[in-house]
Design a protein around this ligand. Structure first.
Ligand code: FAD
Length: 404
């Protein structure tokens, strides 16, 4: 079988790429998926405007106008955003919708339900071997294979890569929750060094879980599950909300959070989790997968139309221009950041997050912006210490609410 563009993976990144190429009738494309469309089925939190941009608004499970950080047995801070800026996506539904769009729009894209077992990269063609021993030869390959990292796993890694090992679930029969809760639960060594989440989903449902950051790509699901159960039974008020709830389905997996050094190799582009594009400060991979999946598809079409594979390198430079600084700044302190203790997170809530406006908070989540400057850290650390000495209440947990 021959085609112009082959895409491995019908997750959100591969499908976004498929949508970008399927409208172009001049080129044939094959989307190869081994486990079913949208098989990695989390309840991911993302930004309302990107979902609007990709016409997936009908795939939202819930929308939120506030965002909460909560430290176990400690402080919390709620930013009231003034609009429903955050949403939880129905991942499977969104993927099914994109798949329908990609395969229906033109006759040029087909979905092949097979597993890729091998790849050989040639000068002009990439050969992809499937589990039924057939081969596909393609002029361009887009690897959107998620945490399987089909291409990246073939090359030696330079430096340490980090992964978020996630374990949680979607629950039904959840107790009454005072308002729509969209909550990041701060890291804690007993529950997970990557932090956790609690999102109320309406109709007595909620998603809850914890993650652990590791340099090992393979998770220990037994240990993750124990951590999750510990958080579920002890982190109030979430443990109360979940006391009589039952698990509808579990949400677990791996999010690579160290970006690949090179996303483009001759006639191959790597995108989404396969390229480690999820933000390393919040482990959010939906927006980059949608945005750069589409760009990968557009770049593939451009390279074919100009018959010039080096055009694909533009993909690398556009990603770097928009993201490299933020990613690399966060990467510098990654190991220390994710293994910080209760007191560090108390400090962060009281001396950093409490000073951000809701708009700045959204920028922080999305782009890692509005970070404290060195002199601000020094001044606030000094002030914090003085308060701890002279104000009795300074040690106590504070519950902040920030409005615009
Ligand atoms: C539990 C959990 C919670 C998360 N929460 C959030 C969140 O709150 N916010 C957020 O933004 N992000 C979140 N993420 C991350 C986000 O879901 C991912 O970054 C995003 O889904 C990546 O999309 P993708 O298309 O790159 O990968 P995937 O969705 O993993 O798609 C890859 C596809 O490739 C297929 N595949 C792999 N290998 C092969 C092969 N050899 N042959 C054929 N097919 C293959 C797989 O079956 C899969 O369908 C979460 C992830 C998990 C696991």
């Amino acid at each position: 079988m021959d085609c112009d563009i082959a895409i491995i993976g019908a997750g959100i990144a591969g499908l976004s790429a498929a949508c970008a190429v399927s409208g172009v009738k001049d080129y044939s494309s094959i989307l190869i998926e081994g486990r079913g469309v949208g098989s990695n089925n989390p309840s991911p939190l993302t930004f309302a405007d990107i979902i609007d941009e990709f016409d997936l608004v009908d795939c939202c499970r819930e929308t939120y106008d506030s965002f909460v950080f909560h430290n176990w047995k400690g402080s919390s801070i709620a930013h009231r955003l003034g609009r429903e800026a955050l949403i939880v996506l129905d991942y499977k539904k969104a993927c099914a919708k994109l798949a329908e769009r990609a395969v229906k729009r033109g006759t040029s894209t087909v979905l092949m339900e097979r597993f890729v077992t091998g790849i050989s990269e040639g000068e002009n063609l990439v050969t992809i071997r499937l589990d039924d021993d057939t081969h596909i030869r393609s002029r361009i390959l887009i690897d959107a294979s998620g945490s399987s990292q089909v291409i990246a796993s073939r090359s030696k890694k330079d430096g340490v890569s980090y992964y978020s090992h996630v374990y949680g679930g979607s629950f039904a029969n959840v107790g009454p929750i005072p308002y729509k809760l969209c909550c990041f639960l701060l890291p804690n060594p007993s529950f997970g060094t990557g932090g956790g989440w609690f999102y109320s989903l309406g109709q007595g449902r909620a998603s809850f879980g914890y993650a652990t950051i590791s340099s090992d790509p393979g998770p220990d699901f037994g240990a993750l599950r124990e951590n999750f159960e510990r958080a579920r039974s002890t982190f109030e008020p979430y443990s109360k909300y979940l006391a009589n709830a039952h698990l509808e389905y579990s949400e677990s997996g791996v999010i690579p959070i160290s970006h690949a050094k090179r996303f483009v190799r001759h006639n191959v582009i790597v995108v989404g989790d396969a390229a480690g594009m999820a933000t390393n400060w919040t482990c959010m991979g939906i927006e980059p997968s949608l945005r750069y999946g589409r760009l990968a598809g557009e770049m593939a079409v451009l390279a074919l139309s100009r018959n010039d594979p080096p055009v694909l390198n533009t993909f690398q430079s556009l990603w770097e221009e928009a993201n490299k600084d933020s990613f690399d700044r966060a990467a510098k302190n990654l190991a220390g950041f994710w293994s910080s203790d209760h007191y560090f997170w108390e400090w962060i809530i009281k001396n950093d997050l409490a000073f951000l406006t809701p708009a700045q908070l959204l920028d922080r989540l999305r782009w890692n912006r509005h970070l404290l400057k060195k002199h601000q850290i020094l001044y606030r650390a000094l002030r914090h210490r003085t308060r701890l000495v002279f104000h009795r209440g300074a040690h106590r947990a504070h519950h902040f609410v920030v409005t615009e």
